[in-house]
Design a protein around this ligand. Sequence first.
Ligand code: AKG
Length: 265
Amino acid sequence: MQTTESATNQTGYKALTQKQVARFWEDGYLIVGKVLNDDLIERMRREYDAEFALARSGERPVRNLAVDDDAHDHDEGERQEMLQFMQISEHNLHFHKLTYHERILDIIEDLLGPNIQLFHNQALYKPPHHGGPIFWHQDNAYWQCLPANLVSCWLTLDDVDLRNGAMQFIPGSHLRPMIHDQAQGSDVLLDMGKQVDDSQTVVADLPAGGITLHHCQTLHRTAPNTTDRQRRAYAIHFMTPGTKSMRTAETIAVSFSHPMLRMRV
Ligand SMILES: O=C(O)CCC(=O)C(=O)O
């Protein structure tokens, strides 16, 4: 039976083990595995495909991160696509509901506590054969949030491995925020590759319906999708209320775009 009030386990955590929580804070990421059931995966795939079909006909605000910026045009031969659909939850009720998914919020509560606010969410699509890369980066170099304790849940609707764009992380990199030249005040994705020692890279293979979590300072990237499989991902970025954006020098107020997803009153 589903209840709104989830039980707390013996360690005081709701969904993760003590070891998993310690691991997240030590490594800056955690590979959790499958959290969505097969029916929900199927439903979300249909919704995802319908939304991207609307995007292709210009009815949805989608950006191609692989070619948006002249200086970073990674187009080689066939045009690469790394499609970003920001705040898909504001366009589609099923993604709205997924943002409030009970088990995912239980997991986030174990890391951030019971008061959880949405920073933003996004669908990130790499089509078969020509899905573009996302280069090494730390999210908070772009977001400029304080305190820097945001947590992202990256969810895949397809089985993922290195070749179709699974998440890759560098353990412990969240403890060393890097300056991303030009990143401040810009949305352009930079290639931090030359400044990154990626000898310890971990590739997070996942089954469809699976999630990884990462801290907002963890170095991560995804490879191009060179397979004949899709890579349909959805990322939810969570924060605690009171988080300040250094871009605007203001606290991010609770609003339609930044609702409280869970709180203890
Ligand atoms: O989906 C991807 O390929 C990259 C996602 C990402 O960088 C993120 O969710 O922070």
